[in-house]
Design a binder for this molecule. Structure first.
Ligand SMILES: [Zn+2]
Length: 285
């Protein structure tokens, strides 16, 4: 008898065990659930502990934008986020930015992801590549395989003059000046370049915050949509444009040491960690 056949009874036991329902409601289902929930759109909780009811999908293509990594199925957002992306995409070309390559938004019902982000859970976050779109429609395969190009020099202390352009600063400014934007995360070297070159009204700089990574994309977070009572607003931003000693910290030995520290494995977020309404969003139709 071929070897594999001898193991059939064992395989059947294994398959039966796998088909059993999970013992506890767990977060894994957030990336397995197909399609948005049927509720009215509402962002629930916070970007790092939340979910999204009644999401809508950003189309894979639209005027001035193309969505990347379609296979991830993370192109869902609160209608306010979809509107923001479409407005930014319309405005950016007039500031010299060829078009947006859009990275992850949220899963169909938001919630924690299996990989890649700790936030993006409530449908108010989007990653936009710091690589302008080419003047043609990318194939689905190109959208999987093309990589975003870093605009930060290899020492991490300044932008890379080979890849950074004035149009990068312009698209960040247009995004930051949008009234629905709460904050934007970029690499500290990008923030530094903006601080050094911004002219005229500099109030928008306050919204652009230094963070780890974010050298090849910027991460936009919107304010809570008006009327979404269960949406938790993040900590208010500090006063000022952020072009101050707090920015210098990111280039310090202390920051470098922080980065070198071994990262503790992030604890899995379960349904119990999320606002109670998320249980219905996940399980409801
Ligand atoms: Zn992001």
């Amino acid at each position: 008898m071929p070897r594999a056949w001898r193991h059939w009874p064992l395989v059947l036991i294994a398959v039966t065990a796998m088909a059993a329902p999970p013992a506890a409601a767990d977060a894994a289902t957030w990336w397995e659930v197909a399609g948005p929930s049927a509720g009215a759109p509402r962002a629930i909780g916070s970007p790092g502990r939340g979910c999204l009811d009644g999401a809508i999908a950003l189309p894979a293509d639209g005027p001035g934008f193309q969505v990347m990594r379609l296979s991830r199925d993370r192109m869902y957002g609160h209608p306010q986020l979809i509107r923001f992306i479409e407005e930014l995409a319309r405005e950016a070309p007039s500031r010299g930015w060829a078009g947006l390559l859009v990275g992850d938004l949220a899963q169909p019902r938001g919630g924690p992801m299996r990989s890649g982000h700790r936030s993006h859970q409530s449908g108010l976050d989007v990653d936009v590549w710091l690589t302008p779109a080419p003047q043609r429609r990318l194939t689905a395969q190109e959208r999987e395989e093309l990589g975003a190009v870093s605009v930060v020099a290899s020492d991490g202390r300044s932008v890379d003059r080979a890849t950074w352009t004035p149009a990068h600063a312009q698209v960040l400014r247009v995004a930051a000046e949008h009234p629905d934007v709460d904050r934007i995360f970029v690499h500290a070297a990008i923030k530094k370049a903006l601080c050094e070159t911004a002219v005229g009204d500099r109030r928008w700089l306050r919204k652009v915050r230094p963070w780890w990574g974010h050298d090849a994309h910027f991460h936009v977070r919107l304010v809570c949509p008006p009327g979404d009572a269960e949406c938790e607003s993040p900590e208010p931003l500090p006063a000022g444009d952020g072009c101050d000693p707090s920015l210098e910290w990111w280039f310090s030995e202390e920051a470098a040491a922080e980065l070198r520290k071994p990262k503790a494995a992030a604890r899995t977020i379960t349904l119990d960690d999320l606002p109670p309404a998320c249980r219905h969003v996940l399980r409801g139709g």
